[in-house]
Design a protein around this ligand. Structure first.
Ligand code: MOS
Length: 758
């Protein structure tokens, strides 16, 4: 399956791109396929026997279905079946296994398990028809009667019910134990602030809707195209739920049109499309609508309190950070909200608390920089408030409390160039020209404000395999069941491999998005570069070593006795570092050896013993300018400078796009995004892009991204850490702090809409 000639669906660099080096800003290798419509997404795969499923969602938030009348729906010409809890196929394992690899602690919701309704817009029926139009028309005719029970969807009204999460998730770090005595230190300190923050619900709104096309093979094999951040996670869940062996199911996601965390868990479209395909023994597609995008996970509504205290010289004396977020009744969705506050600054007295309120709501799900996007937002606004209380520059306050090691774990950072981020971004922004007092800058009718904030996110590495095949024609094909949710995985991995072997980029292709490829984790947590990238580098080094062994056997070529450290790989050839005229092209080497290919596999296991001696994190410094029209309450972000320290940059252009995208979302979070719940109905109301506002082009200014040099060989053998999440962290706080500087009005809740600004 790793052949030397890429198919028309396989991204490959444009001819003539030539040799590339790590860190170069190459164009996306998948760019042409995407902009010409040749890249197929999950809802675009065809099958001759394809049927279409449309999901019916509950209209109540809690209760039971007492009658489900499908007669009218079934009478619509072309309708094949209506599946629900009443007639779903009996698969014993379906009642047992539902935990995907990313599921939070608790008992996952199982669609069509029984008549119970646990949340508004829960999927309760699937209409399957010969055409999408028939299925959609029939879906409206499914008549459902409910026995309603009282529901509770308002976390703020239920703060008293908050409790520590009892059902934890692997990999989640609960808040560390208190250090020092934060409350006593706060009481005793001369300068202090105490602030509460509120962040509304946000929903992922990727361009591509969640969809599954299940192609039912003649032998009953299922080939499933699913919009997902992990093909193998989907295969695992589908095979467990429906009692199929691993080789009866292939899941593919070669192109994903944005996901941001919404594709970390397999969504109900996957399970329902598969259920229908197995039941009808034919291919089935289920595409969720934009409205249904709001039915399977969100960034949780979060209430926070931050208390900070300092000596008169700005030395932090106390940090208290408490957060209460919502979760469902059946799972404890946990994210790291408050821990960053014990990590980012030097402080001897820290108390952190994180609690959940279970509601009659679907379980929240990770959304770009889960936890940090809320927690660091609150901390960084509080730091700004403290700076004003101290009559100190906000940047100077951060530098005053800068720390080189993590006090909660008493460990050094593997690398931490946050200080350089502050310096470079401040200089580029012109921060030294900032008048300290609020309301001191004006441009026409608008007030102008400058604000800044810090960002932090973990640098993670997981385990993965990669396979690399160097073909006799000199093409290199590398593969791993990784994902590219728009992040640039294809490009970055191709670039890494081309650099390792000194090949023109167009002679290299990277295969991903197929559960049959070597094992890879979900694309999440900004861990893909450090993980898959290291596996790719490891596989390429194995190819290098095989080429070296072959070269040493070629008599008279000049490689006899050469050590591996004495050779290099460039121009499609192995050559002696000190005598580059001694060279053998790979094509010649393989031909002489009578080999059609060199085929290697590599297993990347993180060096946990080494890694656990360090704190591994990425950092950012975000500076922002806003213009505020006080009469209209409008805020325009006019400039952003974000300097990030994220390890070695492998693919400069796609990495920059990741940070830019994060900043865009930070601005959107700050000013636009909120899902409103009607608590009487227990239902999200503005579930469409007309009423759920996301930043548009006109809302986004020039974004200046600075990569501060880091090379972290503890996080990964390639020196990379990860750029996915950090762009959003701190951005909303920088906007809020700039609004305060412009207007003197302190806003502590997102989004900062005109009603709050006026
Ligand atoms: Mo990210 S929220 O791990 O897709």
């Amino acid at each position: 399956m790793i052949s030397s000639h890429p198919s028309s669906q396989q991204p490959v660099a444009e001819p003539g791109t030539g040799e590339v080096r790590i860190g170069m800003p190459v164009a996306r290798v998948d760019g042409r396929l995407k902009v010409t419509g040749q890249a197929l997404y999950s809802a675009e795969y065809a099958a001759p026997d394809l049927a279409y499923g449309v999901v019916v969602n509950s209209t109540i938030a809690r209760g039971r279905i007492v009658r489900l009348d499908t007669a009218a729906a079934r009478a619509v010409p072309g309708v094949l079946d209506v599946l629900s809890h009443e007639n779903r196929p009996k698969v014993r394992s379906m009642d047992l296994f539902y935990k995907d690899m990313t599921a939070p602690g608790g008992s996952p919701f199982k669609p069509f398990l029984d008549a119970e309704v646990h949340y508004s817009a829960q999927p309760v029926a699937l209409v399957v028809a010969e055409t999408f139009e028939a299925a959609r028309a029939a879906a409206r005719l499914v008549a459902i009667e409910y026995e309603e029970q009282p529901h509770e969807t308002n976390p703020v009204a239920n703060l008293s019910r908050a409790h520590e999460p009892s059902r934890l998730k692997a990999g989640y770090s609960p808040p560390p134990k208190p250090r020092g005595d934060a409350d006593a230190a706060w009481d005793a300190a001369p300068v202090k602030i105490d602030a509460t923050f509120y962040s509304g619900v946000e929903h992922h709104n990727p361009m591509e809707m969640h969809a599954s096309t299940v192609i039912y093979g003649e032998d009953g094999h299922l080939t499933i195209y699913d919009k997902s951040q992990g093909s193998q996670n989907c295969r695992w869940l589908v095979s467990r739920v429906f009692g199929l062996s691993k080789d009866q199911v292939t899941v593919r996601n070669p192109f994903v049109g944005g996901a941001f965390g919404s594709g970390l868990r397999p969504q109900y479209n996957l399970l329902l499309a598969t259920m229908a395909a197995l039941h009808l023994k034919r291919s089935v597609r289920v595409v969720l609508t934009r409205q249904q995008q709001f039915t399977f996970g969100h960034r949780p509504e979060t209430w926070q309190r931050v208390k900070l205290a300092a000596d008169a010289d700005g030395t932090l004396r106390a940090v208290v950070h408490e957060a209460i977020a919502e979760t469902s009744r059946f799972e404890d969705y946990v994210e790291v909200v408050v821990n960053w506050s014990g990590q980012l600054y030097q402080c001897d007295n820290v108390r952190l608390k994180y609690q959940l309120v279970p509601l009659d709501q679907y379980t929240p799900i990770d959304m770009r920089a889960p936890g940090a996007a809320h927690g660091v937002y609150a901390l960084e606004i509080a730091m700004d408030e403290l700076a004003y209380a101290l009559h100190m520059d906000p940047l100077a306050l951060r530098l005053k409390n800068y720390t080189e090691h993590d006090a909660s774990k008493d460990l050094p950072y593997s690398t931490k160039e946050l200080r350089a981020c502050y310096e470079k971004a401040a200089e580029r922004f012109g921060w030294s020209q900032r008048p300290p007092a609020p309301r001191s800058m004006r441009r026409g009718r608008e007030l102008v404000g400058w604000g800044m904030a810090t960002g932090i996110w973990d640098a993670m590495q997981m385990f993965a395999r990669a396979r690399a095949v160097l073909h006799a024609d000199g093409r290199l094909v590398v593969g791993s069941a990784a994902t590219d949710i728009g992040t640039g995985t294809y490009t970055a991995m191709s670039l890494l491999a081309a650099d390792a072997l000194g090949l023109p980029l167009e002679q290299v292709s990277f295969m991903l998005g197929d559960s049959d490829l070597p094992v890879a984790p979900i694309e999440g947590g900004s861990s893909h570069m450090a993980t898959i990238g290291s596996a790719v580098a490891g596989a390429c080094e194995k190819i290098q070593r095989e080429l070296w062994q072959l070269a040493r056997k070629v008599q008279g070529a000049g490689f006899e006795g050469a050590r591996f450290s004495e050779v290099e790989f460039a121009g499609g050839a192995i050559r002696l570092r000190m005598r580059p005229e001694v060279a053998l092209p790979y094509t010649q080497l393989l031909a002489r050896a009578g080999r059609s290919e060199i085929d290697v596999k590599y297993l990347l296991l993180p060096n946990v013993l080494k890694q656990k001696k360090y704190i591994r994190a990425v950092h950012s410094a975000v500076f922002c300018e806003v213009c505020v029209d006080e009469e209209l309450g409008t805020v325009r972000v006019t400039r952003v400078v974000s300097a990030v320290a994220t390890g070695r940059i492998i693919s400069a252009r796609t990495a920059r796009s990741q940070i830019t995208g994060g900043v865009v979302w930070g601005i959107s979070q700050a000013l636009h995004e909120e899902t409103h719940t009607d608590h009487a109905l227990g239902r999200f109301m503005n579930h469409n892009l007309a009423e759920y506002h996301v930043a548009a082009n006109a809302d986004i200014p020039d974004i200046d991204v600075i990569f501060v040099h880091e090379d972290d060989r503890i996080v990964s053998r390639i020196g990379a850490k990860g750029v996915g999440e950090i762009g959003i962290v701190g951005t909303a706080a920088a906007v809020a702090n700039a609004i305060f500087h412009a207007t003197g009005k302190r806003l502590r809740s997102t989004p900062m809409t005109p009603d709050k600004v006026m």
